[in-house]
Ligand binder design. Structure first.
Ligand SMILES: [Zn+2]
Length: 361
């Protein structure tokens, strides 16, 4: 492994961020076709259309073991030939899957045209069903309800399968979750309060009363690997996290604020550290529920750490040697592979950090 730690070279240029799990989209979104009259009805009558069925924020995935098994299997074995894959259904099978969930096909399903992909320009459509409530009859300790899924598949979320499925599947699921989250939380007109209807093949909502058009929102958030003059990285632990769990600092961009200013403000607010030079490193959609994570590296101009005590419980600097030792001993738990935070830490470190971080989930 060639690392900065091995060479001790603090001035070496950073390699690009490793492939970000949820940024690997291949789909042509084909936005101009969204306004075509009757597009979704036509596509859902065509057996060649590939339909992604979403239940809440989970899609159908094949090649997974029982709940929770997939990650560890994949982490241990690497990419198996029959690895996890997003299950895409023909329209008839998709309707059956939706019906099996008990959703009202007229009012309980949001449809969207996702785009085209591959040499055959296959069309992809999303059918999103709100999360089916878990019955409370068993009390808070009851096992989650088992929702019906086609044979060989089960419902799984992006955090679990985002890094495991192929690039096309990861992009489809990420876009679908982001779009579905927006629809489910924006049923009414922000101008006059009336219920809105879905328009432009699932990519906007229109108010039938005042005519306002509303488009899906994405919330920009900055996330940053802050380094001091000694090459140490600043990591923090949120109040709500158990001990030993640390990550890069992050926060939402405020109205009227540049990304660079947001990086400097968040680091000072949360840890009391001043930041000078800031460099963009890459981005990843993070639809939990609607963020876009914008990754930066930054150079600290002060090193004394004073946590705010509200968002952060603790923050401190790690050298590469300290971090490698603490990760190896289990004294430090880093964020999972699906996160841009993990990639930023590895980029700073100079190579992958392999350890049992899966407990973090
Ligand atoms: Zn309105």
């Amino acid at each position: 492994m060639t690392t900065h730690a091995a060479t001790g070279d603090q001035t070496a240029p950073r390699p690009p961020l490793a492939e970000l799990a949820l940024s690997r989209a291949t789909l042509d979104r084909d936005a101009e076709r969204r306004t075509r009259e009757g597009l979704l009805d036509g596509l859902l009558a065509d057996p060649a259309t590939r339909v992604l069925v979403l239940e809440g924020d989970r899609g159908l995935v094949t090649g997974l073991g029982a709940e929770g098994d997939a990650w560890s299997d994949a982490a241990v074995d690497g990419a198996a030939p029959e690895g996890p894959g997003l299950l895409l259904l023909d329209p008839a099978a998709a309707r059956a899957a939706v019906a099996a969930l008990g959703a009202d096909p007229l009012t309980g399903v949001t449809a969207a045209y996702l785009g085209v992909d591959g040499p055959d320009r296959a069309a992809y459509v999303l059918l999103a069903v709100p999360r089916i409530p878990v019955p409370l009859t068993g009390g808070p300790q009851a096992a989650p309800a088992e929702h019906p899924a086609p044979a060989g598949s089960r419902w799984a979320g992006l955090r679990e399968v985002g890094p495991l499925v192929d690039a096309t599947g990861a992009g489809l699921l990420t876009a679908s979750v982001a779009l579905s989250n927006w629809h489910s939380t924006h049923p009414r007109c922000a101008r006059c309060g009336e219920p809105t209807v879905v328009a432009t093949a699932g990519w906007s909502r229109k108010c039938p009363v005042c005519g306002a058009e509303h488009y899906p929102r994405t919330d920009p958030a900055v996330i940053m690997a802050i380094e001091d003059d000694e090459g140490r990285i600043l990591l923090g632990r949120q109040q709500v996290w158990p001990p030993k769990r640390y990550s890069t600092l992050a926060g939402f961009v405020e109205p009227g604020e540049s990304l660079e200013a947001a990086v400097r403000r968040e680091v000072f607010e949360e840890a009391g550290v001043r930041v000078g030079e800031v460099t963009y490193q890459g981005s990843q959609p993070w639809p939990f529920p609607s963020s876009l994570m914008l990754g930066f590296s930054g150079r600290a101009t002060s090193t004394e750490v004073t946590v705010d005590g509200e968002e952060l419980a603790h923050a401190r600097w790690w050298s590469r040697e300290e971090l490698a030792a603490d990760v190896a001993s289990g004294e430090l738990l880093l964020p999972p592979a699906v996160s841009i935070a993990r990639r930023l830490v590895e980029q700073w470190f100079g190579g992958p950090l392999d350890e049992a971080v899966e407990a973090w989930r």
